[in-house]
Ligand binder design. Structure first.
Ligand code: HSE
Length: 337
């Protein structure tokens, strides 16, 4: 059988971009055998052309525009991780490219504009990797769980802070030292303030609020508190009460309406979310038909996040091959609040 070629423009070659490149080197043959699609990362946009990289130099550019202005490229992967990435994603859609992204800040901030641009340009827009890394939570909500209404959502949505809290709790490690380690491991954002102040978790909760409750809430409107003021003494006091401190993103329907927040929370040691450690994430959902569900997996890191990006890429590739890409984008999507 002749394989159909799908050409990708990879916008960003940091932790996640590197993982997206690496996964294709690892699994290109098995993906092609399973799907009949031969994916090629044709061009890669980086900030610094001078640095030595795994990608051949002739595929590199320092202009993201070169990717979406290339008529041969069909899909743009947006993993620059910068807050202004949304404008490139919009430009890519306006140039007729399908878009896959892991950038939660851009998705949360520009959600309506991105969905509207996808619809207007009849391209696909997928963002599974933007929430909870390798956990396929958005697909589960948009597909397998479509028949439910929800009462509650609770999650550990940031790997860096969970890694820090785990090591402070288990080894009495120093906050600044563990943060440095989380940065070295590639879990943290370029500016880790977004992690430790809860902003990254609020971006992810904003996306989940759209999909789970059909409520559009900007991250800045989610009451948010991070972990930068949690001390060793706070952790010891929690332990004495048989509890652990976790950074919890929560949303629930109450008599007063939909309530939501991101904040350090005391959880009894027996609580399922208390056993989620290191960079692992977990999402607990309660639907009115399915009842309680919990999803667990690595929420940060190169290959786990690339796994979610590739799930989206292969889905887009299959739709391109069928010539039916647009059907998917109009089918999904949250209602406005
Ligand atoms: N900085 C994020 C985290 C990366 O630590 O969870 C994954 O979104």
């Amino acid at each position: 059988m002749e394989r159909k070629q799908i050409k990708i423009g990879l916008m960003g070659l940091g932790t996640v971009g590197g993982g997206v490149w690496q996964l294709l080197q690892m699994n290109r043959e098995s993906i092609a055998a399973k799907t009949g699609l031969d994916f090629e990362i044709a061009k890669v946009a980086v900030r610094d052309l001078g640095r030595k990289r795994a990608v051949p130099a002739e595929r590199l550019t320092d202009r993201p525009e070169d990717l979406y202005e290339d008529p041969e490229i069909q899909v743009i992967v947006g993993v620059l991780g910068r807050p202004d990435e949304g404008r490139h994603l919009l430009a890519a859609m306006n140039a007729g490219k399908h878009v896959v992204t892991a950038n939660k800040a851009a998705v949360a901030a520009d959600y309506e504009a991105l969905r509207e641009a996808a619809e207007r340009n009849k391209v696909l827009f997928r963002y599974e990797a933007s929430v909870a890394g390798g956990i396929p939570i958005l697909h589960a909500i948009e597909q397998s769980l479509q028949g439910n209404e929800y009462q509650e959502l609770m999650g550990i949505l940031n790997g860096t802070t969970n890694y820090i809290l785990t090591h402070m709790t288990e080894e009495g490690a120093d906050y600044a030292d563990v943060l440095k380690k989380a940065q070295e491991l590639g879990f943290a954002e370029p500016d880790p303030t977004a992690d430790v102040e809860g902003i990254d978790a609020a971006n992810k909760l904003s996306i989940l609020l759209s999909l789970v409750f059909g409520a559009r809430v900007l991250p800045k409107d989610i009451p948010t508190e991070g972990i930068s003021r949690i001390s060793g003494a706070d952790i010891a006091a929690a332990k004495e009460q048989g509890c652990k401190i976790k950074l919890i993103a929560r949303a629930a329907k109450t008599d007063k309406g939909l309530e939501y927040s991101v904040r350090p929370t005391l959880l009894p040691k027996e609580h399922p979310l208390a056993g989620v450690n290191n960079e692992f994430n977990a999402v607990f959902l309660k639907g009115n038909a399915v009842d309680e569900l919990m999803f667990y997996g690595r929420g940060a890191g190169a290959l786990p996040t690339a796994s979610a990006v590739w799930g989206d890429l292969i889905e887009v590739g299959k739709e391109i091959a069928k010539g039916a890409a647009y059907d998917l984008v109009v089918a999904g999507g949250p209602a406005e609040a």
